[in-house]
Design a protein around this ligand. Sequence first.
Ligand code: PLP
Length: 403
Amino acid sequence: MTSHPVKFANRVARVKPSFTLEMASRAAEMRSQGIDVINFSVGEPDFNTPEHIIAAGKTAMDEGYTKYTAGAGMIELRQAICDKLKRENGVDYTPVEILVSNGEKQSLYNACQVLFDKGDEVVVFAPYWVSFPEFVRLADAEPIIVGTLPHKQFEADFDDLEKKVTENVKGVIVNSPSNPTGGVWSSEALIRLLNLAAKRNWTVISDECYERLVFDGEFISAEKLNRDYNIGARVVTCMSLSKTYAMTGWRIGYAAGDEAIIKAMSKIQGQTTSCANSIGQRAAIVALSGDQQPVEEMRIKFRKRRDLMVSLLNEIPNVTCVMPGGAFYAFPDLSHYIGKKANGKIIQDSFDLSEYILNLESVVTVPGDGFGAPGHIRFSCATDRDTIRRGISKVANALKQLD
Ligand SMILES: Cc1ncc(COP(=O)(O)O)c(C=O)c1O
């Protein structure tokens, strides 16, 4: 026991905690007290991993795949990833251009660690996934927050981008389909961003973890456009098995990009977590190259839930919710209710509004302020249709009581 208080490194204070995880633990805590909680904060599919993938994990253990693997990932998995990228995304890679990580989150973190430094700026579009600005800060760089256009699937507001960029910008993070908005950028917007990046020598980090959850139209990888249109931008594509195969707990994601960048990312990973878990890697080979029907079944269910969720939200007076083209979130604008009173207390922001809904109706949501989107709240569709009906009617009831 020491009597001296711990002096933490500055980076601890600089980084914000993941409040999406906090909301999930609030829900669990209330449930453990016997409260009937409706949880719209979930950031993962409510389906289990498909059986044939689970079986592959079990076989991997039985066959002794329980040891360290190559730092960048098993060669068989990196080859399966290359085959998948060619088949599904239309882009050719070789295994030396692939890094397998402990979830895509680690690939994104590694990419920021190798590309950005103190004094650098990185464009992040708001509403953003909570981790993007933090990955940039953990690399000692500064996120530059740029607006998006809600009526255009939250694509970049290029006027705002032009206003905010400086000579210090070294990269840009794009996430389509997006968490938290579900927005899917048009090819035109991606091409425009890639052209800017090529001209100004920015690296594009393209987070495509919701690639298989696109409901209207077809998913196109940023790198595919980059190659088809000969744009010449430097793109690091980060992808995940988490959402596509309901494998969040297996922690397998990957990055594809220039060999030199992948090698640098691999070096950082080698000195932090060595390699991704071996059992998950074996299961990932089967996930990527096996039966894809369960993925399509999940997509169809998510689309039905999205349709229901968005139409119910739009039925609430003074709530507008654009139809997200992908992922499994609805991101309505509730700004009409900010500034209203609940029992004499003013609702100051979306944190207050989310808290009010939670306390009155036991419905857990995620406030938009945390995603850089004041006045909005994120609702996850990772729950069944009856729960969506019941939960949104409770939200409507809570909002009705504000004055
Ligand atoms: C936009 C986005 N990127 C990346 C991830 C991380 O995925 P993984 O589980 O592969 O680390 C998530 C997970 O919520 C996400 O929403």
